[in-house]
Design a protein around this ligand. Structure first.
Ligand SMILES: [Zn+2]
Length: 444
């Protein structure tokens, strides 16, 4: 973006007068801002810094000093022969009324047989005026998921309307600040100095002066907790965190630690007791409690299932009794014509059998619980062929279904038999009119 106002023009001018990074500062960055790795196989260790190899016998506790270049190496098991590391670091200075933060990108490319090659360039400057207004002057940040690079010229930059993948494009997290960094006394008083970790500089100057808890964490060098920023969990667990601070207990991984506090809370442990709050082996204590909780949840689940089964059995028993009480007045019915015999289903077991034989839902959909339905089974030589639902309200056939819910060739005959006998069913269903109906049937 072209400078648009007086402030922009001033910053562009001042930026052009800044010193370029010195050789000493570069050497510091190569040394302090990268991991120095050795890749080990059974037969050799590759020093990524100088590209040379040496004997695994020189390795002790995953550390070694390269006999060729003298670099202290962290040893990993790997067959890889190339590697790349990318890191940000910063140098701060005061220019006129501005606090300036200069962010650099350091890329190191490693290859077996070759000395490491560094690519170091300045990517972004923050110019912060006494009112904490931040003006950004830097390269363009290309940042879209799989691509993260800086290019173009140093220009005034603004955060776009949409923040890309990974949050704000121009909020850079410098892992380290060069020890020569100079901070305004305003910031120093809040503990913001070259040890700043866990927060970006912009986050720090915006959050810390207004958040005494974060200021306390920063001064106590609790960088892992600081990483959580201005979060309600910090506030929730503040009494426990204060115990940590009093006991000089450093939290190294805030996720595991807060998880662990959640577990302590679950088990109603004293969250102000250092015995619980400052465990010697956090991971071990965390895992013990987690296993314990998992077992409790499993037992609870088991108990819920057991109760659900009991409840189902109880309901079925109740339905059994209700069904017999409600329907036994129909149990003597039997209509016959030719080969076909029609009888009521007389128990829940019979519903189940009928449903199994004809492969329909008379049992699974609990037709035995439908208070206004009479369920009959049409049979030939005692084998079910169709199941009939009669509405006792309307005294009509609701449905008659055979195997797989289809009608059989006896369907019409079955309906005819039922319809002929409907008055009798009605007479049983409504006992008040029974006398009249009985007379009717008798007079037939
Ligand atoms: Zn080496």
């Amino acid at each position: 973006m072209k400078p648009r106002n007086k402030l922009h023009h001033r910053i562009v001018d001042l930026a052009n007068s800044l010193f370029t990074i010195s050789n000493q500062q570069k050497q510091w960055a190569y040394r302090e801002c990268l991991e120095h790795r050795g890749y080990a196989t059974k037969n050799r260790v590759l020093c990524l810094d100088c590209g040379d190899t040496f004997s695994p016998q020189l390795v002790s506790r995953k550390k070694a000093v390269c006999p060729h270049c003298g670099t202290k190496l962290q040893i990993k098991e790997s067959r890889c022969t190339t590697d790349t590391q990318t890191n940000y670091f910063a140098i701060t200075e005061i220019v006129e009324e501005f606090q300036v933060v200069r962010n650099f990108e350091l890329i190191a490319r490693y290859k077996k047989g070759e000395k490491v090659r560094y690519h170091l360039h300045e990517i972004l400057q923050y110019w912060i005026d006494p009112n904490k207004k931040v003006t950004m002057f830097g390269l363009k940040h290309y940042n879209s998921g799989h691509c993260d690079s800086w290019g173009g010229d140093m220009e005034i930059r603004e955060e776009g309307r949409y923040y890309g993948y990974g949050g704000r494009k121009y909020d850079v997290y410098a892992r380290k600040y060069h020890p020569d960094s100079v901070f305004k006394p305003d910031y120093k008083k809040f503990g913001i100095n070259h040890n700043l970790k866990g927060l970006t500089f912009i986050e720090a100057i915006r959050l810390i002066p207004f958040n005494p808890k974060l200021e306390t964490l920063l001064k106590a060098k609790q960088y892992a907790l600081l990483e959580m920023g201005d979060s309600y969990r910090i506030s929730n667990y503040w009494p426990s965190i204060k115990i940590c601070l009093r006991n000089k207990y450093k939290v190294k991984d805030h996720r595991i630690y807060i998880d662990y506090l959640d577990l302590l809370k679950y088990f109603k442990k004293d969250l102000r007791n250092a015995k619980y709050v400052c465990p010697k082996n956090l991971m071990k204590e965390h895992d013990i409690l987690m296993k314990k909780k998992r077992e409790i949840l499993r037992l609870e689940e088991q108990e819920r299932n057991r109760l659900a089964i009991l409840k189902r059995q109880e309901n079925l028993e109740k339905a059994r009794i209700e069904f017999i009480e409600r329907m036994n007045k129909f149990f003597d019915l039997e209509f016959k014509k030719g080969l076909i015999k029609i009888v009521p289903l007389k128990s829940i077991d019979e519903f189940k059998k009928e449903g199994d034989i004809l492969n329909h839902c008379v049992f699974t959909n609990e037709y035995y619980s439908k208070k206004e339905s009479l369920i009959l089974s049409a049979r030939i030589q005692n084998k079910p062929i169709e199941t009939i639902e009669i509405s006792l309200d309307k005294l009509q056939v609701e449905q008659a279904r055979g195997l797989n819910n289809k009608a059989t060739k006896y369907h019409d005959q079955i309906l005819e038999i039922i319809n002929k006998n409907m008055p009798l069913i009605g007479a049983i269903a409504r006992p008040k009119k029974r006398k009249k109906s009985k007379q009717l049937v008798e007079s037939n």
